[in-house]
Every structure is written in C-alpha cells, then in structure tokens.
Design a protein around this ligand. Structure first.
Ligand SMILES: C=C(O[C@@H]1C=C(C(=O)O)C=C[C@H]1O)C(=O)O
Length: 418
C-alpha cells in the first residue's frame, strides 16, 4: 500500500481536467489497467495501489470500507458522482463452483468523464503530480484467429437444454439460465484494448468493461447507486435480429407478445425486486417490460428503481442481488445446482458482477455478459461465453440460435464475423 511516510493514511487528489478525448486511449498495453465505459462516459484506471483477491463480494465490501477510511481526499469536484478514489472489481458467478477468484482493485490513477465533467484522481504516498499519463502504446489487432466449439458442441448443448426443459416440465425447477463457452485462439497474445475498442465502437449503449483480461460489452446493469437512489436494469427474454434485416419493429412486437419470453422476464424481475426490497424505503417496479434494442438482439427490459439505505454500498447491494434469475434461474439454489451439474464448465467471472464502488458507497455493477476471458497463462486464447434462459416452452434450436446471437459482438471484435 502506498502510505505517506510515518502515517497510515493514503492520499488521493482529484483534479478537473480538459476533455482528454476517448478515455480508452490512455490504457497501456501492459501493466494493470481497467475500463468501465458507456456512451463515452465512465472511467479507466491505471496501476494498482492495492489488490484484494477474494471469493465473496461481501468480504470485498468490508475490505473496501476499511481501505476507504484510510484515504484523505482533496477534490476540485467535491461530491460529483463517480469522482474520487474508488475500487474496481470483478466477481465470479459462483464462488463455490469456480477455480477463479474474485478481485477488487484500488487503482493508482483514474481518468473519468461524466455529464460534461472530466477528471483525474491519483492516489499517492508522495508529491502529487498533475500530469495526465501518456497515451497507451499502439493497439495490437488480433491476427489469424481461429474458433472452436469449446467443451460442449452446440448439438450436445441443445440436448442439455432439452433435459432442463424436462426438469422444468416435471416441476423440479422453474427457470435455468444455461450457458456455453467457445474458444478463440490467436497467433499472438490478445490485446484486450483492441477488443474493447471495437466493442465501444459498435455497441456504444452497452457497458464496456475490462478487468484482468475479462473484456466485453454488457447491456445488463445489476445495480447502480447514486446517493440514495438505486437502479437495476433487468434483462431477460431475447430475440435475435437476423442478418436478413427482418423489420426490427416486427421483431420487437413478436418479443413483446411472446409468452415464453415474458415468463422468463418475470422470473428475473421478481428475483431482483425481492432481493432489493429489504434495502429500500420505496421502490418502483414497472408492470410491464419495454424492449431494449441492440445491434444484434432485442431484449425485454425492466428498470427497477428504489430509494436505498445510505449505509449499504453499491457493492453490498450487488452482493445481495447476485445471482438474479436473469443469469441463474428460479429458484436460485436449485437453478445453480442444475447449472453446476449440467453445464460442464467453470463460468469463472462470466455473468458475475463487474464494476466499481467509491468511498461514499456509490457505484455501478454490471453483469459480465457478452464478453470473454483472456487466459492468464496463455494470452493467445480467449474463452467466450453466452447463455440463455430456459423455461417450460424453450426449444433447443432457438436457444442455440440465441446464444449465437449473443456471441456475435465478441466474434465481430475478434474479426471472426462482419
Ligand atoms: C446469459 C446471458 O444473458 C442473459 C439472458 C437473457 C435471456 O435469457 O433472454 C437476456 C439477457 C441476460 O440477462 C448472456 O448474454 O450470456
């Protein structure tokens, strides 16, 4: 930890800066860095003051609370949302079923942009310098990328979907989100920034993320806390926009009328509403979903809002809400068991919370979907994940097609699809 000599305090300084241009251009090729950006706004971080590896988000929340209490913060933008010292993290989907650990990082340098404000925060033990970091080295595009089906080829995965439909029809469980994984290999190590840049360009309305080689662009926000207001964007129920450009409005109407998708969606909304309620003095759960359009798919979407207890941080809320029925199923415990038994893979940090929390407890935690994990011990390989909610009316072929549509952004980013 960088401590001022002779003291046990950390010093953070936040300065307003001129428009630094696209945040991602500051990301270095090597060395620790993270990104969390949507519509050009958000943060990138460089360097690490502290890194806490853990299994459970609650433990990380307690740790961050303690670290944050050691930080003295001078700011030119006091109170502005998302400014100041913070911790960036990525959590596993299921710590009890993963070899992977979760991580919370306290970065040395943060560059941010939000609502027309630009800032830099530095944590230092010595004298503060107000220089922006150099822009990162040139992006290294992936070359000679090949793809394989992963441990469970689509046809076999379809059979697993059918098996789960059988369990649901036998009333063993109500909904299970089943995922599959494909593997891509490049001749040279993947540069996560190359993937991030392409996603930012093509999917600007999603939250593009990069932490520890996990990179992607997700449309699903588990929780955002700003002061006393918490928001969760629940997605479940999906229809793909096929390459023949079927009229998107007609597709949206199909989705909004689909009983299967509405029932999938209701499970997800219910699970978030139930988990958020104990933390809220007031809550709004819209009665029917809207349709969220993305370039590759349409989703049924519900934005739940609540007035929350100021002592519960965004990370503590994320810990309480995860795993929702959007990425796990209903009932949670049984769905998680079915996933563990039938999926035949370790989800790692896929579908886990990814985001940031600041010293006040504000923050944003998305679900790490539509992304991939570059392997730490072989950075020429990346594992891509996609899942789909299975309910009583699910058809294996349609669920395979849905996962293919969800893999598309990453395949595009790797140069494997137009
Ligand atoms: C599981 C994924 O997505 C989730 C499942 C959805 C569905 O089943 O319709 C929709 C959005 C996400 O909540 C994924 O992208 O891998």
């Amino acid at each position: 930890m960088i401590l001022e000599s002779g003291s046990n305090r950390l010093r953070a300084t936040t300065v307003a800066i001129d428009d630094p241009g696209p945040l991602q251009r500051f990301l270095p090729l090597t060395g620790p860095s993270t990104a969390f950006i949507r519509k050009g706004e958000g943060i990138i971080t460089i360097g690490e003051v502290e890194r806490f590896e853990t299994d459970y988000p609650d433990a990380a929340d307690v740790w961050w609370d303690e670290v944050a209490s050691y930080i003295d913060h001078d700011s030119e933008l006091p109170g502005a949302y998302g400014t100041g010292p913070l911790a960036v993290g990525s959590f596993t989907f299921d710590p009890d079923a993963s070899e992977e650990r979760s991580v919370l990082i306290v970065p040395k340098v943060i560059i941010g942009r939000r609502a027309g404000q630009f800032w830099m925060t530095k944590l230092t033990g010595g004298r503060m310098d107000y220089e922006l970091p150099d822009v990162g080295e040139a992006i290294v595009p992936p070359t000679g990328v090949t793809l394989d089906d992963g441990p469970v080829p689509p046809a076999e995965w379809g059979r697993i979907v059918a098996e789960v439909v059988g369990l649901i029809r036998a009333d063993e469980v109500s909904k299970v989100v089943l995922a599959r994984k494909v593997r891509a290999r490049s001749e040279t190590p993947f540069d996560a920034r190359a993937i991030l840049n392409r996603l930012l360009h093509r999917y600007p309305t999603t939250w593009a993320y990069m932490v520890d080689g996990l990179v992607g662009a997700t449309p699903e926000l588990l929780i955002r806390r700003q002061g006393g207001l918490a928001t969760s964007r629940v997605l479940a129920g999906t229809i793909s926009l096929d390459p023949d450009h079927t009229d998107p409005l007609a597709r949206a109407a199909d989705l909004a009328r689909s009983h299967k998708d509405i029932s999938e969606h209701e499970f997800a909304v219910e699970s978030i509403a139930r988990a958020l309620e104990p933390f809220c003095s007031a809550m709004n759960v819209p009665e029917s979903p809207s349709v969220l359009p993305l370039p590759n798919v349409l989703h049924l979407a519900t934005d739940i809002t609540g007035v929350t207890d100021p002592d519960t941080s965004a990370l503590a809320l994320a810990a309480a809400l995860h795993p929702s029925a959007a990425v796990c199923g209903t009932p949670t415990f049984l769905a998680r068991e079915v996933i563990g038994e039938l999926e035949s893979m370790d989800r790692g940090r896929y579908a886990g919370p990814i985001g940031w929390v600041d010293a006040r407890g504000d923050g944003e935690w998305a679900l790490a979907l539509r992304g991939g994990q570059i392997l730490r011990d072989d950075p020429r390989e990346i594992h891509l994940f996609a899942g789909a909610g299975v309910v009583a009316d699910s058809e294996p072929e349609a669920e395979i097609a849905e996962t293919n549509a969800k893999l598309l952004p990453m395949l595009q980013a790797l140069g494997l699809s137009d």
